[in-house]
Design a protein around this ligand. Structure first.
Ligand code: C2O
Ligand code: CU
Ligand code: CU
Length: 575
């Protein structure tokens, strides 16, 4: 009898929970010059009766919002208490390669990684997430994702809502898959659970005034077409890399994975109303993931895709209700924001073409169906070398049938054209992700590689559909130091295969050979050709002692197994 009653009660609770709405989770914040992040695994209850395995920072699920200020130094102390290796990448921030948290910056389980840098980015919405190659999708999907909010004096001078969690709300929009045991899955197309900040069927009360929503598409694959159920207008004020020059009035905004948009919504005098933020999947054009047809036509089939009810349909991320006004309330939309002077194509030193192509050989477990410039990602291959100081146009040509959200590390860029058309006002600000349309779509953007050269640690570029990224739709580039970039003519077998750092160096130079191994001999010559050092080497990475050398430029040569590589380095005096 008791058992029956209990089952009955649980049954009722279950049925109720299936439709119950949940208060929106608002992530905690961290601020100040040093921030501690403790990565941990835990559980979260998404479905009553099921403790789902999750990952988080400073808590079992999701990660706190980092509040940064432009021009201030910050140190991020990342303690990895997961059972796995990971890396943490500050998506969108302009930081040195060694602080960027790409796939080479391993944080083994039980260790601390503590990069520091000065915040150089414009006020806006950025985010952080793991970038451990082959594991990014799993670690992000399980919840290891946080916002980064940058503020600066230009933004301070504007009348904008800026009370975090009150009238300035971060919204991480994700769709996730769950298996029968209610564990998060990430490698099949059944991402049917719709979440805002990790909350299913989220509800939240907003004050009756102008509010700012920081929208982030954190989906593994899905493109979102966002708007309100009543089609009312909102104003986009920022894109990936900060504020636009003026608010753009819209009633839909399309965001691919990794893209952000800050919007203002005017709720003045609307106490008691409710508003649903939806993705209008039914309006997505074909050839984007999330539309009825993700490819260019029949035959472009993703197994199981059409049985996911979210594909080609509209669904709700969150229901807002409008509550009392919270003074001091912003009640108007500003007419202008910040001044942009996008770089013109005539400023570019060169154009670099990246072609997205299908892999016709048949995908394998780690090599997916898409490649960039005929290659899948290889940790040991540097795909591009960009001499520091360059302004470059990157031209993306998409020979595959589906649109890909292309993302580049190091800095934000300005879009020059999408399919030969100038960017819409919504895409005319600073960006770090751009949707490249399927079927011979073409995007050109312009970017400056002014600083942060590092001849050893590369930056990444990749598709931000995490399944594509993990399956190798990614490449890496080195921003070359001035000495390495400006020499080399006339020397045999020169090349990018020999990596050195730091530059300049004072006591030790790290020398890495990319496609050779010992035994070899490492020789250092002065610019007049005198041999000043000769060391036998066995490994492919060597720390060469150079404290005894006079400050100057030297030629370094690696000779072994029939190969010779040379480059130059600068020795500087230690002060
Ligand atoms: Cu958001 Cu390379 O990543
Ligand atoms: Cu990034
Ligand atoms: Cu892709």
């Amino acid at each position: 009898m008791i058992k029956h009653t209990l089952l009955f009660v649980l049954g009722i609770l279950g049925a109720f929970a299936a439709v119950a709405q949940n208060p929106l989770r608002i992530p905690d914040t961290l601020s100040g010059p040093v921030m501690d992040l403790e990565l941990q695994s835990g559980t979260n209850v998404f479905y009553p009766g099921f403790a789902t395995g999750t990952l988080g920072a400073n808590g079992p699920f999701m990660a706190p919002t980092l509040m940064l200020r432009r021009n201030r130094p910050v140190q991020l102390r990342v303690q990895n208490n997961l059972n796995d290796t990971t890396t943490i990448h500050w998506h969108g921030l302009h930081v040195p390669a060694s602080a960027d948290g790409g796939p080479h910056s391993y944080i083994p389980s039980g260790t601390l990684w503590a990069p520091s840098f000065t915040v150089l980015d414009w006020a806006g919405t950025y985010w952080y997430h793991p970038h451990h190659h082959l594991h990014t999708n799993a670690q992000v999907s399980k919840g290891l994702t946080g916002f980064i909010v940058v503020r600066d004096s230009l933004e301070d001078a504007l009348t904008l809502p800026r009370r975090y969690g009150v009238d300035d709300i971060p919204l991480l929009l994700q769709t996730k898959g769950f298996n029968a045991q209610k564990e998060i899955t990430y490698d099949h197309p059944m991402d049917t659970a719709v979440m805002a900040n990790g909350t299913l069927r989220a509800v939240h009360t907003l004050p009756a005034q102008v509010v700012r929503l920081r929208l982030l598409n954190g989906c593994s694959e899905r493109v979102l077409r966002l708007g309100f159920h009543n089609n009312e207008s909102f104003w986009q004020i920022a894109s990936d890399g900060g504020l636009l020059s003026a608010p753009v009035s819209l009633n839909r905004i399309q965001l691919g994975p990794g893209e952000r948009a800050d919007i203002l919504v005017n709720l003045s005098n609307r106490v008691g109303q409710s508003l649903q933020l939806k993705s209008f999947g039914s309006e997505l054009p074909n050839a984007v993931y999330g539309a009825t047809q993700p490819g260019m036509g029949p035959g472009q089939v993703i197994q199981g895709y059409s049985s996911n009810p979210l594909n080609g349909n509209d669904f709700t991320f969150i229901t807002f209700s409008v509550g009392a006004i919270q003074a001091p309330a912003v009640q108007t939309i500003p007419s202008t924001l910040v001044n942009h002077q996008p770089w013109s194509a005539t400023m570019a030193d060169t154009t670099r073409v990246l072609t997205f192509m299908p892999q016709n050989m048949g995908p394998t477990a780690i090599q997916g169906p898409f490649m960039i410039n005929n290659a899948h990602f290889d940790m040991n291959v540097i795909n591009q070398y960009v001499p520091v100081g360059r302004t470059e146009i990157w031209e993306l040509v998409n020979q595959t049938p589906i649109a890909h959200p292309f993302h580049i590390h190091h800095n934000s860029f300005y879009i020059l054209s999408v399919n030969n058309q100038p960017p819409s006002p919504s895409l005319a600000g600073r960006k770090d992700v751009v949707m490249v349309p399927g079927g011979m779509g073409r995007v050109r953007f312009i970017m400056k590689f002014e600083n942060f050269y590092d001849d050893v640690v590369p930056y990444m570029y990749h598709c931000h559909m995490l399944t594509h990224e993990d399956h190798g739709m990614m490449g890496q580039f080195i921003v070359q130091s001035p000495r390495v970039s400006s020499v080399e003519e006339g020397l045999p077998a020169l090349g990018p295969s020999l990596l050195i750092g730091p530059q300049p160096a004072t006591t030790q130079l790290k020398v890495q050979i990319k496609d050779g191994r010992g035994p070899a001999t490492l020789r250092v010559y002065s610019l007049t050709g005198a041999l000043v050092k000769s060391v036998p080497v066995e490994a492919s990475v060597v720390d060469l002692e150079i404290a005894d050398l006079d400050p100057s430029i030297y030629l370094i040569e690696w000779k072994g197994s029939g190969k010779v590589y040379r480059t130059k380095f600068l020795k500087q005096s230690g002060f």
